[in-house]
Write a protein that binds this ligand. Sequence first.
Ligand code: PSU
Ligand code: MN
Length: 311
Amino acid sequence: MTAAPMTPDIDLSPEVARARAENRPVVALESTIITHGMPWPRNLETARLVEAELRQAGATPATIAVIDGRLCVGLSPERLETLAQARDVAKLSRADLAACLATGGTGATTVAATMIAATLARLEVFATGGIGGVHRGAEASFDISADLQELAASPVTVVAAGAKAILDLPKTLEVLETLGVPVIAVGQDDFPAFWSRDSGLKAPLRIDDPAGIARAHRMRRALGLPGGQLIANPVPAGDEIPRDRIAPIVEAALAEATAQGISGKSVTPFLLARIFELTQGQSLQANIALVRNNARLAAAISLELAALDAK
Ligand code: PSU
Ligand code: MN
């Protein structure tokens, strides 16, 4: 006798289930930004604001996390609050997801794991802050985020404010190019650098309208190409920290991480927390503004995809 196939238990929130049943657009959101990217209670406030942005723009939010071994797509307000307050929550990327589900664990999903869950739930658009990438010194540490390979594998359009200046941005763009991931800037030619609108590097592609981005998403599928696209949406001008101001702060935080021997999964959370302190909270202000801005664009893209389906 062959064993029954194992299927992950997917918990759609009632709101997401309803939207799906009525063919209304749903946008995925990650949870590592809540548990590892921002301090309590601003993390919960931001998660709620981002969900509200999506609803206001006509899309349903689906925040993704693993809770007690169940893959949750859409979190109730109670679950969102519990997750935001929890300490020592696992950070789940592609490598960790199956083991966490199989052992009944709880964890927050990174961009990579959120893309996997979104694909299972047939969601095509996902809004976040910044993606992981190639870390500085990767030629020695080999630290390259699994987010990059996931963009090459899962058919999800990910809206981010570029990648953080704590990473090696030229190498990040090179790896994305090698993996065949379209990197599309919106409204400008430069690849944005998370807190700053420009990085000094040109984005490989530019599309300014959500309808064009939606068509490009569908065209990849029509060509039989796996993977998604990275939409690089700059932080709003009023909220940015200019490149020359953030650069020395990033250098200082990186030097501290090296001196303290921080490595692996702890690197990004450590740097974010230090940069928050060194900018007296301004980095968090920018982070919140850019995630909300990304949610608005993701909603617009999801509406355009729905319009294509209706044709
Ligand atoms: N960008 C943010 N805040 C975050 C992260 C990125 O503004 O918290 C998280 C995302 O979940 C991303 C992850 O997928 O960091 C990348 O981690 P790593 O470099 O360990 O793959
Ligand atoms: Mn890493």
